[in-house]
Ligand binder design. Structure first.
Ligand SMILES: Nc1nc2c(ncn2[C@@H]2O[C@H](COP(=O)(O)OP(=O)(O)O)[C@@H](O)[C@H]2O)c(=O)[nH]1
Ligand SMILES: [Mg+2]
Length: 501
């Protein structure tokens, strides 16, 4: 226990020191030193967020939506079968890392607006990964990793994704995962379980967010599709089994978001022409993808031809075309406004907010978790007497760092194992950082709450949970829970400054 007034050193520096000490202890093992050095570098890199899910779940499209550019190839194509890293850089560059040959640079070409890379004849199976360096604000705080589909028909592709995300013999290369699913399927659950069940810091679904993807397709393209999708996501969130495997579930229509962020003038022109058609004719065309693209409108009309319509369908989907033409008919005449509306309805902003609170704000903790897994691997692969203090230190960090204690308690609370009133459980989860690590998120205040409001709310929470901890009515478990919550509130107060009480 730390004495009051002597705050624990930040988790980041404790873990960095552990990494260095491990290197010293294993200085005579080149393999261990290289592995630890790699992890020391990784510790200071942006967070690595992998996008996972079955083939055609919409992973590459969602990555593009997050970046705001069509950099990840979508649909088929051999590149989509290789694990691809997208990192921020000054100059665009694509590097291929074959398994058994030196890395080499690939030329970048564009195919109808989207990037395409040519593997120069190297078979997909022989490529370990591609790295796309791309100047982008959104890649500055997180490296995004596009993965091939899991449980796909092609066993090899699926195995490559599995080996990357949840390798059997070493910790994952990713610090966190966004898992896309269209409906929850048994294979999704199995995959989530395999990712989550890893060595130290286990029993915390901390690094996984689930996305109910292609949300516009729910409800067969009706204009309220997104509301239905949000309702389903809410139901998943309330499901104990799902809550045990991921932090939260958000509904997102990646295609709408991607197209909204990259919409072109000629697409707007085509949509405007469609919106000018007699409504019944357009509605009839919009009954299916095929009808929309194939209907023969003759040559006399100024309505876009079959090829243009097919292309519109690829970019907007049935829902996107229906929504855009409706908006135009209602009087939106500015492409910018339509684009903004597509993004707004897509759920992308909600996903970004969740990524910020669950991942970015927890960066240090997620990095620490990855690093501890890496140290643990060395300690178990090459046990030696001189490493005993390191083993003890890993234990001490896991048991002693309040951040990990918060995570364990969050999982326990979410499993429903603690007998507390429902609203108290919800408040405890919030104070423990379940909805984000910032003071405002923990205290349930608006992000713009001022210092005085934050402090008052934190003091109030300390007092309430202290009473609960000391109440003779509280059983042992509840008292322990309450004490940890008090500690979290004290942490918030300490960070706000101005003395403890
Ligand atoms: N309607 C709709 N289609 C989508 C959405 N996201 C992706 N798609 C389409 O689904 C197909 C597969 O998408 P892709 O991103 O390549 O999936 P991946 O295999 O998981 O990377 C493509 O034709 C996309 O246009 C979405 O949100 N809505
Ligand atoms: Mg893909």
């Amino acid at each position: 226990m730390n004495q009051p007034g002597h705050p624990a050193p930040p988790l980041g520096s404790v873990v960095r020191l552990l990494l260095r000490r491990t290197i010293e202890t294993y200085h005579d093992s080149p393999q261990a030193v290289a592995w630890m050095q790699h992890n020391l570098d990784r510790f200071d890199e942006p967070l690595r967020v992998a996008i996972a899910g079955k083939v055609k779940a919409g992973k590459s499209t969602l990555l593009n939506a997050l970046v705001g550019e069509e950099i990840a190839p979508t649909d088929a194509g051999e590149c989509t079968r290789v694990v691809t890293w997208y990192t921020d850089a000054q100059v665009p560059r694509v590097t291929m890392y074959p398994r058994a040959a030196p890395a080499r640079q690939l030329t970048i070409s564009r195919n109808a607006g989207a990037l395409a890379f040519d593997l120069q004849g190297v078979p997909v199976e022989e490529v370990d990964r591609l790295e796309v360096q791309w100047p982008s604000q959104s890649l500055r705080t997180q490296t995004l990793i596009d993965t091939p589909g899991i449980a796909s028909l092609s066993k090899d592709t699926s195995a490559r994704a599995g080996a990357f995300l949840a390798p059997e013999d070493s910790p994952s290369q990713a610090d966190a995962v966004v898992y896309l699913m269209r409906h929850l399927h048994a294979t999704d659950v199995r995959f989530l379980e395999s990712f989550y069940d890893q060595g130290v810091a286990r029993a915390t679904p901390i690094n996984t967010i689930a996305v109910l993807s292609r949300a516009d397709e729910i409800g067969v393209g009706r204009l309220d599709a997104l509301s239905s999708a949000r309702r389903i996501a809410r139901r998943y969130r309330a499901d104990e089994k799902i809550r045990g495997l991921c932090q939260t579930v958000v509904a997102v229509a990646g295609l709408l978001a991607q197209t909204g962020r990259t919409m072109r003038q000629n697409e707007f022109t085509a949509l405007t022409a469609l919106a000018g058609m007699p409504r019944a004719d357009l509605d009839a065309m919009l009954l299916s993808v095929d009808r929309f693209s194939r209907t023969d409108l003759g040559s006399a009309t100024d309505v876009p031809g079959s090829d243009t319509r097919a292309r519109l369908m690829e970019r907007f989907g049935l829902f996107g075309v229906r929504l855009s033409t409706t908006l135009i008919r209602q009087g939106m005449t500015d492409p910018g406004t339509i684009a903004t509306e597509l993004v707004k309805r897509s759920g992308l902003d909600e996903l970004r907010a969740v990524l910020a609170t669950q991942f970015s704000e927890r960066r240090d903790l997620l990095k620490a978790r990855s690093a501890l897994l890496a140290v643990d691997l060395v300690l178990s692969r090459e046990p030696r007497p001189s490493a005993a203090p390191l083993v003890a230190e890993v234990e001490r960090i896991l048991a002693g760092a309040h951040e990990f204690a918060e995570l364990r308690l969050l999982s326990t609370l979410r499993s429903g194992a603690v007998k507390l009133p429902t609203d108290a459980v919800a408040e405890a989860e919030r104070l423990l950082g379940g909805e984000g690590g910032s003071a405002a998120a923990r205290l349930g205040l608006e992000p713009e709450a001022d210092h005085g409001q934050l402090r008052a709310a934190a003091l109030d929470a300390v007092a309430r949970w202290q009473r609960r901890a000391e109440s003779p009515m509280s059983g042992r478990t509840v008292s322990d829970v309450a004490r940890l919550v008090v500690r979290s509130c004290e942490g918030v107060l300490a960070a706000l400054g101005g003395g403890r009480y």
